[in-house]
Write a protein that binds this ligand. Structure first.
Ligand code: SF4
Ligand code: FES
Length: 377
């Protein structure tokens, strides 16, 4: 730790950044799936270094005091934590809205009843494609049947259900089927999120990047489906590799949300593990100190850190210079303009990648085994 371990008393109404309202609680990096698009870091945090129950209880007390009102209980697979009930209860007790983000593997009626009793508010279920065979192929393991059962249990329990589908070259042409599946399963919301290339997914970029034609077709399908399918809200998370327009990543660095990793590291974004910053830990500091005072959260907050072309750009308060993790992954310098921006001097890195994309072997998320199985559709 390079941060000084002094805990100043800071008034929430004093000067400084506005409080965060959202928190991603990555309870574990353990996961039963092997998705090639996984954005978790290549080097996962081992289970032996995970926070204890009491740590998470304190984290939620501090988060609520800081202003957090919404938390994703995520991972990896959060159901792998035997103390998920206690963690959920701590969040709910402190007035934080909780959404379980799960593969559905390991969710049975008893477990769900326990979580509902603890105050769980909603569930977001990941699905990899519209059919069992295609979904299992991307997940790298048989999991579709468990997802279907989990969806039914969530609806029976009366909780709001959302589906989360990461989109890429292998499933973009299945949008219609995916949305039909969501309607059949009783989902109220489907997040169609084009793959973000961080962590493990970077290895599979060439095989996962879609064609422009696929993207255009998928976008048209979403627009058509919005008119046709009632009762299912469709969220289309745009890819940033194709239009020269960067995304306002995380709503700005250290602006609205924070991520607490399995070992208690606190990051402004869940993909930031690989950035050359010293991330503070809840074992050493309060969340309030981390949010307001740590150098990691200050590093790219606001616009002061920007250089050209962002520093003089009228969009700098709109997209915050794009994504720091992408700038680092592609240029080795997190303070550069995101190469996804058409004004970036590094934009050619993105256009070259898009042009070189193509079918290829996918490397499954399986740290102990490189190479993976071959997927062809
Ligand atoms: Fe956004 Fe910077 Fe590009 Fe302007 S130059 S559009 S602020 S990324
Ligand atoms: Fe980390 Fe964009 S993913 S700042």
């Amino acid at each position: 730790m390079s941060e000084p371990n002094n805990e100043p008393v800071v008034s929430q109404t004093g000067d400084g950044p506005a409080p965060p309202w959202a928190m991603l609680a990555e309870l574990t990096h353990g996961c039963p799936l092997h998705c090639p698009y996984c954005s978790n870091p290549v080097g996962l945090i081992p289970r032996s270094r995970e926070l204890e129950t009491a740590d998470w209880v304190r984290v939620f007390e501090e988060a609520a005091a800081l202003g957090v009102i919404h938390a994703h209980l995520s991972g990896g697979e959060p159901l792998l934590r035997p103390d998920l009930r206690e963690i959920t209860e701590a969040a709910a007790r402190n007035g934080v809205y909780t959404q379980l983000v799960t593969s559905g593997v390991g969710l049975d009626a008893d477990r769900l009843a326990e979580l509902v009793g603890a105050g769980l508010h909603s569930v977001q279920l990941s699905v990899q494609d519209s059919t069992a065979a295609a979904s299992d192929l991307i997940a790298g393991t048989r999991s579709f049947a468990a997802k279907e059962r989990a969806a039914a249990l969530v609806r029976e329990a009366g909780l709001p259900l959302g589906l989360n589908v990461v989109l890429h070259r292998r499933n973009l042409d299945s949008i219609e089927g995916i949305v039909e599946l969501a309607a059949t399963w009783g989902a109220e919301r489907v997040e169609l999120a084009n793959t973000q290339f961080y962590g493990w997914a970077l290895r599979n970029r060439r095989a996962l990047l879609p064609t422009r034609e696929q993207l255009a077709r998928a976008k048209e399908s979403v627009e058509r489906l919005r008119e046709r399918v009632e009762g299912v809200e469709l969220i289309w998370v745009v890819p940033d590799y194709f239009d020269g327009v960067p995304k306002p990543c995380m709503g700005g660095w250290g602006a609205i949300s924070l991520t607490v990793g399995p070992d208690g590291s606190v990051l402004p974004c869940p993909a930031a593990y690989d950035l050359p910053l010293e991330f503070p830990n809840v074992r050493d500091h309060s969340l309030e100190w981390i949010w307001r005072r740590s150098t990691a959260f200050e590093a790219y907050r606001g616009t002061e850190w920007m250089s050209g072309p962002c520093s003089g750009c009228p969009r700098r308060e709109v997209d915050f210079g794009g994504c720091r993790c992408q700038a680092f992954a592609l240029t080795g310098d997190a303070s550069r303009t995101d190469p996804a921006c058409g004004l970036s001097p590094d934009h050619h890195l993105i256009t070259e990648l898009v042009e070189s994309a193509g079918d290829g072997e996918l490397v499954y998320r399986r740290p102990e085994r490189r190479g993976g199985l071959q997927l062809r559709r």
